[in-house]
Ligand binder design. Structure first.
Ligand SMILES: CC(C)(COP(=O)(O)OP(=O)(O)OC[C@H]1O[C@@H](n2cnc3c(N)ncnc32)[C@H](O)[C@@H]1OP(=O)(O)O)[C@@H](O)C(=O)NCCC(=O)NCCS
Length: 174
């Protein structure tokens, strides 16, 4: 059973200790075709410590958001372990946001997104990009992201979406 709804929500950087909870949430949230090996999450934490977060309440992880610096429009390959990050980095790539099905609609996603957008802004990355999968594009539109291309490697209905730094400045919480 998930924690009492009144428990305070805390957003903090993800660590390797969170990976079992993260793996469980991804399995509850995505079709098997999108399940990534835990090692791919671990590699992202190693390559870019501090740019991925979990939200927890009462010591229970309710959601996670993995992001990392990247370059250009082409997204990183799905399900593959990243060996290194590009040298020239102009993009904050938002890799994976997921909230436990029993914890949705309680402000978990907005808190994770705000932490991530703040990090990207502090880092001075010019673009914020993501691939909306499984019909999530309308969710991201509310945060100011606009579709810029198809992303067939992530699925037939996947869309590459972008938010420029200028737009981010005026993006308000939906
Ligand atoms: C997307 C997700 C993180 C949102 O979490 P949440 O806690 O429901 O987020 P919020 O409460 O901030 O937002 C909920 C709003 O977004 C809408 N929404 C959520 N997922 C959506 C989707 N896939 N498509 C369209 N709208 C969506 C809800 O209907 C709700 O709308 P409302 O505010 O008008 O009622 C969560 O639904 C999830 O984990 N989904 C599965 C994983 C996923 O698809 N991640 C994104 C992949 S790019």
């Amino acid at each position: 059973m998930l924690q009492h709804p009144d428990s305070a929500l805390v957003v903090r950087p993800a660590t390797l200790f969170d990976l079992p909870a993260i793996d469980l949430i991804q399995r509850l949230c995505y079709q098997p075709v999108f399940h990534e090996p835990v090692e791919t999450f671990a590699a992202r934490l190693r390559l870019s410590p501090g740019s991925s977060w979990v939200a927890e309440a009462g010591g229970q992880v309710l959601g996670y958001f993995f992001t990392h610096p990247w370059t250009g429009e082409a997204p990183p390959p799905l399900g593959k372990t990243l060996e290194h990050l590009p040298q020239h980095q102009d993009t904050h790539f938002l890799h994976d946001l997921a909230v436990h099905p029993h914890a949705r609609g309680r402000g978990v996603a907005p808190r994770l997104i705000e932490a991530a957008l703040h990090w990207g802004k502090q880092r001075g990355l010019k673009f914020t990009r993501l691939v909306a999968v499984a019909g999530a594009a309308p969710f991201w539109r509310k945060w100011g992201f606009k579709p810029v291309a198809a992303a067939p490697a992530y699925g037939d209905d996947a869309a590459l979406m972008a938010l420029s730094a200028e737009n981010q400045a005026i993006t308000t919480r939906p």
